[in-house]
Write a protein that binds this ligand. Sequence first.
Ligand SMILES: Cc1cc2nc3c(=O)[nH]c(=O)nc-3n(C[C@H](O)[C@H](O)[C@H](O)COP(=O)(O)O)c2cc1C
Length: 211
Amino acid sequence: MTDRRNDQDNETQKGGSADSDPWELFESWFAEARTKEINDSNAMSLATVDQFGLPNVRVVLMKELDRRGCVFYTNLSSTKGTELQSSHKAAVCFHWKTLRRSVRLRGRVERVTDKEADDYFGSRARTSQLGAWASKQSRPLRSRFVLLKEVAKYGLRFGLSKVPRPEHWSGFRLLPDTIEFCREGQHGIHDRDLFSFDKARNLWSRTTLQP
Ligand SMILES: Cc1cc2nc3c(=O)[nH]c(=O)nc-3n(C[C@H](O)[C@H](O)[C@H](O)COP(=O)(O)O)c2cc1C
């Protein structure tokens, strides 16, 4: 990639290799996005499929990232929650417009542990916690007033005590077996690198793709 060489040099100095380790590269692109994108650098389009194989896509926020994959939280009974629990597969796409870069990840999804979900839920604003109880995400809503009444109802129910995580609310970790990096190149010719995980050899391999 045009200036991937710089990323690669940096990674090599840090002891890793962006040539064979997509996580190093992802972390360095994400770090840059965090400083340069004004809003929601952790926003990603999440694609699932329904029971007929029809794709569905919406935006969610990545809340954790490590070498296993990226974590997002949602209502388990929502459309996406149902589809994820049925297919156990997903794809996400980050698009950092300011940087003119995108990263796509595809693979298996698994539920985070209850402890991880409790910890994250506990860190959310109280109104978001009450919203998680009140909203039957993806179901029809008669009016915003009805929802606000539900929020108030749970506010009274929990009073001044800690709001527990509802059972219908948790997180998923996308465990990618492919990660693709795309960067705008000169004259509209983009640079694309696809990393694929080879389970047998327990390592990532990199292929440059035509734009
Ligand atoms: C910027 C932004 C961030 C969002 N983040 C989340 C999120 O982290 N989790 C979530 O469940 N919904 C999030 N949403 C709402 C989803 O895009 C979507 O409307 C909702 O989850 C219902 O999707 P579904 O009916 O396909 O399940 C976000 C929306 C926007 C605009």
